[in-house]
Design a binder for this molecule. Structure first.
Ligand code: PNS
Length: 193
């Protein structure tokens, strides 16, 4: 038999559910900060789509560029941070910074418990699942990963294909913002398309 308190609690829970159902953005009021880590070499429209959508769900989003000493990127970490800052300057609750070392240590230092990653296709899934589970284990359950499925129009996009197309002077205008395209062509000593 239910007590009055249980009945009242059930009523409150279903009222909250109705509130959530009314507006997706309302959910944001209940979610704190998240980190969106990546190489972003360079940032694509696919990344920007994930950033915009995550910024609507969370109060604050930090886009974090990995300073990976093992890779030779096209853009330095400072360049990538600068490019990203320009690309997200119209989204008020998004900040950009770099990090090095383990993601779990960086997240802990920021007191953030949620990582955002975009999922394009099944091919991403295995790698992303392994990373998410590794991070959950390394953090003793203190760091969870939330996946946003990439919007269909950007499902084919990757930073690697952008670089390959640009290096052969192909058109990357449908992949990255115009100012980014210019910088990418410059790196290959090419004129803008
Ligand atoms: O854009 P990318 O290259 O797919 O991003 C990969 C990234 C930066 C999310 C991942 O390599 C990462 O978190 N690296 C930091 C090092 C780390 O924590 N490794 C353990 C997780 S397996």
């Amino acid at each position: 038999m239910r007590t009055d308190i249980q009945r009242q609690a059930k009523g409150k829970i279903s009222a909250l559910r109705d509130l959530y159902a009314c507006s997706g953005t309302q959910i944001g009021a209940f979610m704190k900060s998240a980190i969106y880590p990546g190489s972003f070499d360079p940032v694509t429209f696919g990344h920007l789509d994930v950033i915009r959508r995550a910024a609507k769900i969370f109060d604050g989003l930090t886009v974090s560029v990995l300073n990976n000493k093992l890779k030779t990127p096209l853009f330095s970490v400072e360049e990538r941070v600068k490019i990203l800052k320009e690309a997200v300057k119209d989204i008020p609750n998004v900040e950009v910074e770099s990090f090095s070392g383990l993601l779990v240590d960086y997240a802990r230092s920021r007191d953030v418990h949620v990582v955002i990653r975009g999922l394009r296709a099944i091919t991403d899934f295995e790698y992303e699942l392994q990373n998410a589970q590794t991070n959950a284990k390394l953090s003793n359950g203190g760091l969870d990963t939330i996946f946003l499925t990439t919007s269909l129009e950007y499902a084919y996009l990757s930073s690697s294909s952008v670089k390959e197309i640009a290096s052969f002077h192909g058109d990357i205008s449908m992949c990255v913002p115009e100012f980014v395209a210019e910088l990418v062509y410059q790196k290959y000593g090419l004129e803008k398309k």
